[in-house]
Design a protein around this ligand. Structure first.
Ligand SMILES: Nc1ncnc2c1ncn2[C@@H]1O[C@H](COP(=O)(O)OP(=O)(O)O)[C@@H](O)[C@H]1O
Ligand SMILES: [Mg+2]
Length: 287
């Protein structure tokens, strides 16, 4: 990651969106196709949030996360990932159980890494997942957008009601204004898995569910072997969710095995071995 002091010259700029004072563009930088976020306003709150996102992104290095290539005072420069978001993929229809669980495992290995770094994402949803080359598989799924994240090592508490995510993927405790924790991310992964299997998230009236106006759990999609995990992850009570991302990863691998689906990555990864090795990295180390 390069920390540059001057605004970087971009070529072939194509604006994609402007939100909260931040312009997103695709462009070319030093000959590379890039995705660039540029801070457009001088509002101190927007500046602080932008810097926070950059500092968190700069501290993370994992294949399930899109890396930050460079920063300048008002720019965050990422490699442009071709293939679109998981949202775009789901707009064409649900995934198979194999694809859905594979994507969820890909996300979970990223979440395991994040949590081990003391970072919670807090805004996991299909718009914040890219599928490289449009592949719905564990090694193609990449998490983006640390705009809502909380990092133990950074002072700024970004989750101060400044930006409300979509209610569908938000854990109930986040809706009530408490800062989410690791289990809030696991709730969001549960909703993501549900969405992948059903083609839509659990509740049409997500706000009503979050506010406790209706409390009946949505009918669970996909094979029954996945239902205990879905039910647990979608619990209103964080204590009833999987206890950690590693635990959820293992449970999902076990559910896949009962469906006759191998652990992703072929042999060498398993749900059943204590001291689990996930894709070549030790559980207690650099996942
Ligand atoms: N590295 C990237 N490559 C290609 N497209 C990207 C990349 N990062 C983000 N996008 C696209 O831009 C959208 C917004 O990016 P995101 O970082 O989520 O910003 P926001 O804070 O506006 O939600 C994403 O939903 C995705 O469609
Ligand atoms: Mg986003």
């Amino acid at each position: 990651m390069q920390e540059l002091t001057t605004l970087q010259e971009l070529r072939a700029r194509t604006p994609l969106a402007e939100r909260g004072g931040v312009l997103s563009e695709s462009a070319r930088w030093r000959g590379l196709p890039v995705f660039v976020k540029t801070l457009m306003v001088d509002d101190p709150g927007a500046q602080a949030r932008f810097q926070h996102e950059g500092r968190v992104a700069a501290s993370l290095h994992h294949p399930a996360l899109v890396p930050l290539l460079a920063t300048s005072p008002r720019q965050l420069i990422f490699p442009f990932v071709e293939g679109g978001t998981l949202r775009e993929r789901l707009d064409t229809g649900p995934l198979s159980a194999d694809q859905a669980t594979s994507v969820a495992l890909g996300l979970l290995r990223g979440v395991v890494y994040l949590h081990a770094q003391g970072v919670t994402h807090q805004d996991l949803k299909p718009e914040n997942v890219l599928l490289r080359a449009g592949q719905a598989s564990w090694d193609a799924a990449q998490i983006i957008d640390f705009g809502m994240s909380h990092a133990r090592h950074l002072p700024l508490d970004i989750h101060s009601g400044t930006r409300m995510g979509t209610p569908h993927f938000m854990a109930p405790e986040q809706f009530y204004g408490t800062r989410g924790d690791a289990r809030s991310d696991l709730y969001s992964v549960g909703v993501l898995l549900f969405d992948c299997l059903a083609g839509e998230p659990p509740y049409a009236d997500a706000l009503g569910w979050l506010a406790g106006i209706h409390t009946t759990l949505a009918e669970l999609p996909g094979p029954e072997a996945l239902h205990p995990l879905l039910r647990a992850a979608l619990s209103r009570n964080p204590a009833q969710r999987p206890t950690s991302a590693v635990g959820m990863y293992r449970e999902l691998c076990a559910a896949r095995l009962t469906l006759g689906l191998p652990p992703p990555g072929g042999t060498g990864t398993t749900d059943a071995v204590p001291g689990l090795v996930v894709h070549g990295a030790a559980e207690d180390g650099g996942l």
